[in-house]
Write a protein that binds this ligand. Structure first.
Ligand code: NAD
Ligand code: TYD
Length: 345
């Protein structure tokens, strides 16, 4: 078991990053966490509202592409591990405005690798099942499968994933990678399907299901992603990649049913709308390699979706200000025509 004293958690104010920081400090209260975050629309200080007064947590507001600031922070804080969650993360946003995905996900990760190389720091990179592209028939992606991304988001994540592996091969720097399935849980920005559908259902607004809704995703609870990352940080083999998910998928229509049943809402709220261009039909990963580290997911995907939906009922303080603010502009741009049924097909 490795000892990790001081972590730089990039993107720690986002959905998974903030859940990870909270989980890590519960399990390892003796370590120090420096959250490094640009605070984009998806990065929210309130995601860690309960932790900012804790002595061993601090925040540096900055871009992972700012090499001087990343280097200085790592030196000043005696960082021994960088965990890179920072990214632009939404496929639909990557279709509307793709260039920032390359800036942050590719160049930003590259800068972190340069600093890690210069200072001799281990880097753990958070990748995604979307790098495998859409998965046919009954196959489940294994870590050695070829990467075949199909959206600007997925392509930028695949480039980052491969840069991390290339640095390990070329410079011998200590890296690990986890590829996570679709996560659900507390503090997920409501642009993503489960929080969007949950908050729309609570508000009595229609749920815009893309196309036939038969696309398949492994909806994994963010808690299990955090325990998976922890297992790799502490016991994973350096240089290796690990898939993290439940290994079980459901259709989006099944996910929508769980959300509506959990919230006691009418299924008439479902509205099929024009599909996302290039929509990946199915993601599915084999997670046996992570199991060899003694990890097991706690939630099955149905429980994960239901529990996530309930969180949005109990935490309106968190999402109501988001939904009434700048999110509205994005929502209208993305959905107004689709929901009115007037979009060009
Ligand atoms: P998120 O969008 O909720 O949060 C991203 C965070 O990164 C935000 O705090 C944002 O401010 C920060 N950030 C963005 N650009 C930055 C920059 N240039 N410099 C510094 N900080 C920056 O994302 P998430 O859902 O928590 O995803 C976290 C990571 O996990 C990402 O790398 C994503 O690709 C990966 N991932 C996500 C999922 C999922 O289902 N959400 C699944 C698998 C993998
Ligand atoms: P999302 O949460 O955006 O994750 P990803 O595209 O990265 O898998 O979407 C999950 C699934 O839900 C995906 O198949 C797209 C679909 N979806 C809709 O049907 N309607 C929506 O409004 C959104 C945001 C997603």
């Amino acid at each position: 078991m490795r000892e990790i004293k001081s972590l730089l958690v990039t993107g720690g104010c986002g959905f998974i990053g903030s859940n990870f920081v909270r989980y890590w400090l519960e399990q390892h209260p003796e370590s120090r966490v420096v959250v490094y975050d640009k605070l984009t629309y998806a990065g929210r200080k309130e995601n860690l509202h309960d932790l900012w007064d804790t002595a061993n947590v601090s925040l540096v507001v900055g871009d992972i592409g700012d090499q001087d600031l990343v280097r200085r922070t790592c030196q000043d804080e005696a960082i021994d591990l960088i965990v890179n969650f920072a990214a632009e993360t939404h496929v639909d946003q990557s279709i509307l405005g793709p260039l920032v995905f390359t800036d942050t996900n590719v160049r930003g990760t590259h800068v972190l690798l340069e600093v890690a190389r210069e200072l001799g720091i281990r880097l753990h990179h958070i990748s995604t099942d979307e790098v495998y592209g859409h998965i046919k028939d009954n196959h489940q992606s294994v870590e050695t499968d070829e990467l075949a991304p199909r959206s600007p988001y997925a392509a930028s994540k695949a480039a980052a994933d491969q840069l991390v592996q290339a640095y390990a091969i070329t410079y011998g720097i200590p890296v690990t990678i986890t590829r996570g399935a679709n996560n659900v849980g507390p503090y997920q920005y409501p642009e993503k399907a489960v929080p969007l559908f949950s908050t729309n259902a609570i508000l009595g607004e229609p749920l815009p299901v893309y196309g036939d809704g038969l696309q398949m995703r492994d909806y994994a609870h963010v808690y299990d992603h955090c325990t998976g990352i922890e297992a790799v940080l502490l016991r994973g083999e350096i240089g290796e990649v690990y898939n993290v998910g439940t290994g079980r998928e459901m259709t989006n229509l099944e996910m929508v049913d769980i959300v509506l049943d959990t919230l006691g809402k009418d299924h008439g709220l479902v509205k099929h709308v024009t599909d996302r261009p290039g929509h990946d039909r199915r993601y599915s990963m084999n997670v046996d390699k992570l199991r060899t580290l003694g990890w097991e997911p706690k939630y099955d995907p149905k429980q994960a979706v239901a529990e996530a939906a309930r969180w949005y009922v109990d935490n309106r303080w968190w999402w109501e200000p988001i939904r009434s603010g700048e999110f509205r502009e994005y929502y209208d741009r993305q959905y107004a025509e689709r929901l009115a049924g007037t979009e060009s097909k």
